[in-house]
Design a protein around this ligand. Structure first.
Ligand code: FAD
Length: 342
């Protein structure tokens, strides 16, 4: 699996440049959407916006709510008289602390491009993710689950890293931090069942984190948002000429796009609450842990797992009986490294 590593700001900068370069696209900065513009009986015809001190409206054939985790769509739908959609949350109380480091002049970067040490219930409350990024820098994120205390300062960051196996602590000990320690803890998995609403306004869809957000530790949200954008493109190009997009059908198909990622994120996250483990969660976690333990010893299984993890293949990849039996047999004697470097 070819992987390119870079910082999130660089990715967003490049994407923004590409979007700006699209002929028919105009970006309007500095506006806050405050509500939907509608005509009875509930057709959405645009949005209301706040622009500095002023208010304005923007007309649209189709409004796409892509406003992320803090979307106000449930309240806006309620204002249209629609029932509240069911919201499901699974919170493993995972927190993040990130730091970026630069290499001193003349010091070679590490021999690895990235290190991943995943969290794993019930035993591994701490984990990390470190990657080399642009401008000869190393980005390190430490994870703690189930309310684990996260570092605030450079010293605490190094001390936390030293509690992990693998090369990260030794590597950062000789590097200079180029950022403050940044912490983040809104990692709850949350899914809003818009697809189950009996009625849905014309002229509106919702996608990305505004519908389904995942614990970012699993790195799924951007890929899912991209797959949803592709679904939108397909549905727009396949509809009969001059027919509006069927928003309700879009939300139903979107729910299918998110289903397996939701399962992959919430099954391990539910396992932190050992007192309330249902048997499907128990079985799912047993299987995932066995798979992760076996992957470093089995190139074919690694390839299948990589496809699943990076969403270039669906969950049925693992339904191949030859692969399944190798997971069930488990790793060869000698133990498995919990840290993966690439
Ligand atoms: C710490 C962290 C690490 C992550 N790591 C990964 C990773 O490694 N891989 C991965 O695939 N995903 C990762 N994710 C998830 C990923 O960031 C999200 O899934 C993805 O950004 C969702 O895209 P989106 O467009 O739906 O929402 P967002 O990217 O959140 O964008 C929403 C935009 O809408 C704007 N907005 C909100 N409300 C309004 C309003 N009322 N008016 C105008 N604008 C508004 C916001 O300012 C924002 O620009 C991570 C998330 C976090 C928090």
């Amino acid at each position: 699996m070819p992987i390119q590593t870079f910082s999130r700001p660089l990715l967003e900068h490049v994407l923004r440049q590409r979007v700006r370069a699209l002929e028919p696209v105009t970006l309007r900065d500095g506006l806050t959407v405050t509500g939907l513009r509608t005509v009875p009986p509930g057709k959405v015809t645009g949005v209301r916006v706040k622009n500095g001190d002023g208010e304005d409206e923007i007309a649209a054939d189709l409004v796409v709510d892509a406003s992320g985790r803090s979307s106000h769509l449930p309240q806006w739908l309620a204002a249209l008289g629609l029932p509240s959609p069911r919201t499901t949350t699974v919170d493993a109380q995972v927190g993040y602390a990130s730091h970026t480091y630069s290499y001193p002049e003349g010091q070679a970067p590490p021999s690895w491009m990235g290190v991943l040490q995943p969290l794993r219930a019930p035993d591994f409350h701490k984990g990390c993710y470190a990657i080399q990024i642009e401008n000869k820098a190393l980005h390190v994120t430490l994870h703690g689950a189930n309310g684990t205390q996260l570092p605030h300062s450079d010293g605490e960051f190094l001390s936390f890293a030293k509690t992990l196996r693998g090369p990260v602590a030794d590597t950062i000990a000789s590097l200079t931090p180029t950022s403050a320690v940044r912490r983040y803890a809104r990692t709850v998995n949350r899914k809003i069942a818009y697809h189950r609403l009996a009625s849905w306004p014309d002229g509106l869809i919702a996608l990305g984190d505004s519908v389904c957000t995942f614990n970012p530790a699993y790195g799924q949200g951007m890929t899912i948002a991209a797959l949803e954008a592709r679904l939108l493109e397909q549905m727009l190009s396949n509809r009969p000429a001059r027919t509006p997009l069927d928003g309700q059908a879009f939300q139903k198909r979107l729910a299918r796009v998110t289903a397996s990622s939701w399962l992959m994120a919430t099954t391990p996250d539910r396992a932190w609450d050992q007192s309330r483990l249902s048997w499907p969660v128990r079985a799912g976690n047993w299987f995932m842990n066995r798979l992760i333990d076996t992957v470093p010893h089995d190139p074919q299984l690694y390839t299948a797992f990589s496809g699943l993890f990076h969403m270039t293949a669906g969950p049925l990849t693992l339904a191949d009986p030859r692969l399944l039996s190798r997971v069930l047999i488990g790793p060869r004697p000698g133990g498995s490294p919990r840290t993966t470097t690439a």
